[in-house]
Ligand binder design. Sequence first.
Ligand SMILES: C/C=C/C(=O)SCCNC(=O)CCNC(=O)[C@H](O)C(C)(C)COP(=O)(O)OP(=O)(O)OC[C@H]1O[C@@H](n2cnc3c(N)ncnc32)[C@H](O)[C@@H]1OP(=O)(O)O
Length: 255
Amino acid sequence: MGQIVLKQEGAIAVLSVDRPEALNALSRELVDEMDLLVERVRKDPEIRCLILHSEKNFAAGADIKDMADCDEEAAKAFVFSPTYDKIEELPIPVIAAIEGYALGGGMELAMTADIRIAEKSAKMGFPEVTLGIMPGAGGTIRVPRVTGEAAAKELIFTGDIISAEKAAAIGLVNRISEDGEVLRDAMKLAEKLCRRGPIALAAAKRTIRAGQEEPDWKRGIQIEAENWAKLFNTEDQKEGMKAFLEKRKPEFQNR
Ligand SMILES: C/C=C/C(=O)SCCNC(=O)CCNC(=O)[C@H](O)C(C)(C)COP(=O)(O)OP(=O)(O)OC[C@H]1O[C@@H](n2cnc3c(N)ncnc32)[C@H](O)[C@@H]1OP(=O)(O)O
């Protein structure tokens, strides 16, 4: 217990792995604890943005020591997707603030975020193929979505550990912070997002995903139009537009 911590600062929650001796490698127990904390975030309407950040190293992957002797059945315990999918499906913006190493299942955790910021000296990648396996916690699905298939294949096939600069160039991360400032930058972005309409943000997140998954783009446009119109039933839409007309800042409700 205690190898993963959820801290709340107002409407912003920060989820951190605290296992420095193993570069924040992710054990099954640790991800079980993560699952409970993610559920807590999901259920708390006060929390309007989640940051994934761990000191020194984001996470050096799933725990190799635990997996070394697994057979197919035992390996399934290290498919972290049920928890990772819950993070991606949170109805709030999730920001990954990456320090140090984010590798394998650790980088796959960062891929569950909506926005990724890496410090200049961060190192990222999917070294699974160097271990005789492949990404197994959503990487083969989420990486092509942001980098395109060719860059995703090069990253996953080579198992290369790449720099923050290269990660930004292929779209794996949104932008780069100075070393030591990535959490501060993520907090600043989170504060901005917490000033936006939470119901609208949740609708935008849901609609972007639906559009990506809808093969018929015309249907995607229809889903967007339906979700857009529904927002006019919310107090936030009334308050948002009234505030504009009265030349003041809007006071949005909790999600
Ligand atoms: C579904 C998901 C699957 C996966 O995620 S598969 C795993 C993917 N991850 C990796 O392949 C990364 C493995 N780690 C490394 O390659 C190296 O580490 C680094 C390049 C990240 C850093 O190398 P260096 O600076 O030389 O440190 P060090 O001595 O290798 O590591 C310090 C301690 O941390 C432990 N550790 C690092 N990564 C993991 C891991 N993923 N699982 C378990 N332990 C890990 C080591 O063993 C060692 O510990 P000790 O001091 O007791 O020897």
